[in-house]
Design a protein around this ligand. Sequence first.
Ligand SMILES: Cc1ncc(COP(=O)(O)O)c(C=O)c1O
Length: 331
Amino acid sequence: MPGTELFGEEEKNEVMDVLNSGVLFRFNHDAQRQGHWKAKDFEAEVAKFCGAKYGLAVSSGSTAVNTMLAACGVGYGDEVIVPPFTYIATIEAVLLAGALPVFAEIDDTLCMSAEGIRAVISPKTKAVLLVHMCGAAADLDGIMALCKEKNIQLIEDSAQALGGSYKGKMLGTFGRMGSFSYDFFKINTCGEGGVVITDDHQLWDTAQQFADHGHDHIGNNRGMEQHPIMGTNFRIGEINAAIGLAQTRKLPYILAQQRKHKAIIQERLGKIPACSSAATRTRPATAPPSSTCCCPARPWPAPPSSCSPRPVSRTATGTTTCSTTSSSGTM
Ligand SMILES: Cc1ncc(COP(=O)(O)O)c(C=O)c1O
């Protein structure tokens, strides 16, 4: 039961606050807004739920990833390690940042593996952009140890994994920054929206400037604000944020429902011989109930050897040639 099935009075009341005040913009207009700061409340609610210090609500899960890459200094000439099994937004964000996405193999977690990442690290690697696919956590112990060893920053595209956890800690809080999608198909939705979380105030500050044309948001006169950096418009509007706020408050209930349904599906699948091992297999290193989707570990047979992945090859100049096949990275 995702949030889209649960629109009720709570969402309507939050939206009416915005319409009654008439302030659809997330900044300024202090006197007119009658105390309603929906974007600020929304991002604070998500950060609090995740146990992160700072949150930033933006216009989508895609622009959230763009914002993280910008704040983390990813740009032209950099390589970013990404999974081939993800939604295309992850890859687009890297290309839009002017960087090169480099695919790493995934494993039974459905996410990139530490070994897969290690195999494609180069001197140009600026970041690992980890995706917790279908609400399931990656092997964070292994991946974090590798990032520390190689001094590479970890960024989490947790668009699909709001409320998922790894060893009791919320997904999205392991890297320098994490992000969630609030599009119509996610566990919480506000139609279109996204949230970035981080514990690093400097990263948050850069992110909130980048997502609003570089505005420093100091003072109460938007026209007189400074623009220390260049940015763009990735702002969320107050109406979307109002819905996101109401939905986030329902998250504990939604997660409980999702996990109840997941358990039922796993129990039923377990009775079907062809599905039973996948349905009942517990992924190591992940304390249940952590993931939010019914995400049986690798329910398909291993591919024939003719389909085995071609490793990424590198030229002497460090140019990357991406593999064209991936045993585990295709749906
Ligand atoms: C892994 C991942 N990243 C980013 C996005 C983009 O989110 P949005 O649709 O809110 O732009 C999605 C959306 O499905 C996603 O699954």
